[in-house]
Structure formats: C-alpha cells, structure tokens
Ligand binder design. Structure first.
Ligand code: IFM
Length: 472
C-alpha cells in the first residue's frame, strides 16, 4: 500500500507558493504570551517533605516494571528546594511566563479536609518569586498527581473524587487567586483516560474498555466545578482547560472516514464538545451514556459547558489511525512510514503542518476560541558536547517549524494568544523515566548536584520571546 505524504520542507515550500507574502521574519501579535511549562511530579521531588502526602504516582513508580530503568520522581530535579535558582535562570533566559502545576497531595495529604499549610506556602513563595521577576504565572490545578487515598478509593472512576477536586481547587484559588490570574483546571483528560484506564501504563494501570468512560465524564465535571470555584474566588482571572489534541487522519487517505470520525470523537471531540456544544459527540454518545448510568446527573452538562476564557492545547504530533476490532475504540494508531519521515525520541512523527491543521479545525468547529498552546516541544537522544553544552539544532528546527505553522494559522484567523514550550527543563517523563529529554535546559541527573545547563535551544527560544518574532 502506498501512502503519499509531504515532508516538512516541502510543506513549507508549498505554503510559500500559496502565500507569497510569507516573509523571512514572522512577527507574532502584540501581547502574545511566551513561556515555558512544567508539572509538579515531573520536577519537584521532595516526595515526603514538609508534610506532603503520598500520591498515585509515588505508589505507581514503587512497583517493579512500571517505569523504565526503575526511575521515579522522589527527587526529580529537586525544584521544590531549588525553585529560586530555577526562576532566576528562567528570567536570565528571557522567558516572560511560566506554566506550572500544583501538587494536590502537597495541599491535602489525605485528599480531603485538612490543609497542609507548608505545602500551600511553597506555592505562595513560588508565585511571589515569579512575580518579583516579572514572570507571569499560569497555574494548572491537576497535572496527574492525586492523593493516594483518593486513588485507592477509585480515583477518577469514582464521582466523589470530583467533589474532592472541587474542594481542593477552592483552597488553592482562595490562597493564590489574588496573584495568579491565569488558571488551567485539568491537564490532558484524554491522556489521563487513555494511559490510565485503556492502556494501563499510567496509574491506576487498568484496561477498562467497558467502564472507563465514567472517567471521561468525571474529569469533565471536575473541570466544570473547578471553573465555578475560580469564578467565585478569583473573578478577575482567566481560566480554561488544557487538552492534548491532534488532527486525526486516515493512514490510507483513500478510505477510512468512519474510523477517522470515531477516532476524532475519542481523541478530540469528547473533551471539547461538552464545553463548546453542551453535549458529547454524537458518534459515541450511546457508549458514553450506557457506561455512565447513574453517573451523569441532570445539570452536569450545564456545569461542564459554562463559558471558559481560553482553550489550552498541548500538541506534539498528528494521529494517523486505521480500523481495528479493539474493544470500544475500534481504531488503532499507525506509525507513519514514508521517505524522509523523521521522529523524535518518543517515536512521534515530526509533522509541523499538523499543528496548523489542528488550529484550523478548532477555529472552524468551535467558533474560533482564544487559544494558548500550553505545550509543544520534542525529546531527542542527546548529550552534552565536550564543552558541556547540548547543541540541539534539531530542537531549534522543530520549534521553529511548529511556530511557523502556528503563525500561518494566526494569519488565517486563528485566535492564538500564547505559546509555552515543553519543557523548561529535562524532567521525569512518566513511564519512560528520565530517558526522554524535552527540556530547553539540560539537567544532569547523573550527578548529585542536578546541575542545570541551558541548551542552545534555550538561548534561541529566549530571543524569540524577547523579540516576539521568528526568524526563518
Ligand atoms: O511530559 C508530558 C506532559 O506531562 C504532558 N504532556 C506531554 C508531555 C510529553 O510527553
């Protein structure tokens, strides 16, 4: 079977032919927000410091075979103890915004009731320090670390976790909402759902095709209830959800429309339609309702569909799919293979035009919502040169070509307001451990000092942020 694809340079040349005004310098809109992103479990470490409770991830990493090389986030980049140094570095590199997440078990060690003041104080200091350096904080309430007690009681399968999440969100927003004015409720519900409950590679490590759609609804409801708390306690803030989205295409461009439609509903629509259309995607609605008997209550979709201020999009690669008899999904991902194809060390195809396809689709399907690209970046096999620096031209090339496509989509009308590179520094890449490095800043995990050294891309990206433009 032959599939014809365009390689990335060809994509750009063709775009230039269609849009002759394309220049060598791409200016981004005034007030475009530039930043980098991280998450609590991936960088903080300090597993049991200052009263933090154990999390689903602390438990998952302790079980043999779950994580590559037996790695864990017990110490990670020790950001909990080194946040001042990290913020200084961020400032010196010229990154004006920072997206971080808050560790729920640091705030509520048992998952309900009592607050761990020392945990809350850490984020208080972090936010103050960011503001002191004139770095705008974007806070994510849930980037996958949940108090172990709640995890043991069923986690996102259990509707009561949603109530607990609302309680936790209220505590955090009450404390930080006078200074944090940009909130993200939940990071990537699709990944929480698919890795934790369909593939079994993230906690709770289950494969539950006939009940997992409860998780999807509970995550969406948790988003809605957190939105209510943000509106109540920080009315001047802007808030939204961050989704992992990708344009879905058939591996065989001549057929497979039904499969694409179904895959698109699971990967994208289920996390967007309830917010923007007040209902679940029609093609999978029956499955969603039949798996959620007694779990979807009257009024839930109203809570979920309350207005948000922006949509956060995390994007890395497109999704090529083919039909398969696998339970529930009835599709499987396909790794693209064609002449000239390039992959990151995650095995993800480098396909910059995918981000334009995605933004164009969101613009037309959901009435052009304001968007932040809350994550985009690449992991490569790399190591420092003799001078101790990682010379990562491949990452620069990656970021440049994705930003170029974002710019194309903005020129055609997409309301993209900002971009956060994933990630500020190398970190714990979940079940891959420390082997996959997404950072602009290299962290020497082999040394006790955990020395931070900016890669070439860190300086290149700082210039883009400072000048608000891309030079091709
Ligand atoms: O590292 C993750 C992040 O936690 C969520 N989005 C994707 C990144 C790369 O896999």
């Amino acid at each position: 079977m032959s599939i014809s694809f365009y390689n990335n340079d060809l994509q750009n040349r063709q775009y230039a032919q269609n849009f002759p005004y394309m220049q060598n310098i791409m200016k981004f809109p005034k007030n475009f927000v530039w930043g980098t992103a991280t998450s609590s479990y991936q960088i903080e470490g300090a597993m049991e410091q200052d009263g933090k409770g154990l999390s689903n991830w602390d438990d998952f990493v302790s079980k043999k075979g779950n994580i590559k090389n037996g790695d864990n986030g017990n110490i990670a980049a020790d950001h909990y103890n080194r946040y001042e140094e990290d913020i200084k570095l961020m400032k010196s590199l010229g990154y004006p915004s920072y997206r971080f997440s808050i560790s729920w078990p640091r705030i509520q060690p048992t998952g309900s009731g009592d607050v761990n003041q020392m945990g809350l104080d850490f984020y208080d200091r972090l936010v103050d320090n960011l503001l002191k350096h004139k770095i705008r904080p974007f806070a994510t309430l849930y980037h996958w670390d949940m108090p172990l007690n709640l995890h043991k009681e069923g986690g996102w399968m259990n509707r009561s976790t949603v109530e607990r999440f609302a309680e936790y969100s209220e505590i955090v927003v009450k404390k930080l909402g006078d200074r944090v004015r940009d909130w993200i409720t939940i990071n990537e519900p699709w990944i929480i759902y698919v890795t934790g409950y369909m593939l079994g590679v993230h906690p709770p490590g289950k494969i539950r095709p006939y009940s997992s759609l409860k998780v999807a609804h509970n995550l969406m409801l948790a988003h809605g209830l957190a939105m209510e708390k943000i509106r109540l306690h920080s009315p001047k803030s802007r808030a939204g959800i961050t989704n992992a989205l990708s344009p879905v295409q058939s591996w065989n461009w001549k057929r497979g429309n039904k499969t694409v439609e179904r895959a698109n509903a699971f990967i994208n629509g289920i996390w967007l339609d309830p917010i923007y259309k007040g209902r679940y995607p029609i093609v999978i609605e029956d499955e969603i309702f039949s798996q959620n008997k007694g779990n979807i209550l009257p009024g839930d979709l109203k809570i979920i569909s309350q207005p948000t201020d922006f949509l956060g999009i995390n994007h890395y690669t497109r999704s090529l799919v083919r039909w398969s008899p696998v339970p529930l999904f009835r599709f499987l991902p396909v790794t693209p293979k064609y002449k000239g194809v390039e992959y990151t060390s995650m095995g993800w195809e480098i396909y910059p035009k995918g981000i334009k396809d995605l933004l164009d689709w969101v613009r037309t399907e959901y009435d052009n919502p304001p968007i932040y690209i809350t994550e985009n970046g690449a992991a490569f096999y790399e190591s420092p040169g003799e001078d101790g620096i990682v010379h990562d031209q491949n990452r620069i090339h990656f970021l440049k070509s994705y930003l170029q496509n974002i710019h194309h989509s903005i020129e055609e009308g997409s309301d993209v307001r900002g971009y956060f590179a994933w990630s500020f520094m190398d970190n714990f890449e979940w079940h891959y451990g420390y082997e996959k490095t997404f950072g602009l800043v290299h962290v020497d995990y082999k040394s006790k000092e955990l020395t931070r050294t900016p890669k070439d891309s860190a300086h290149w990206y700082g210039k883009v942020c400072r000048e608000n433009k891309l030079e091709l």
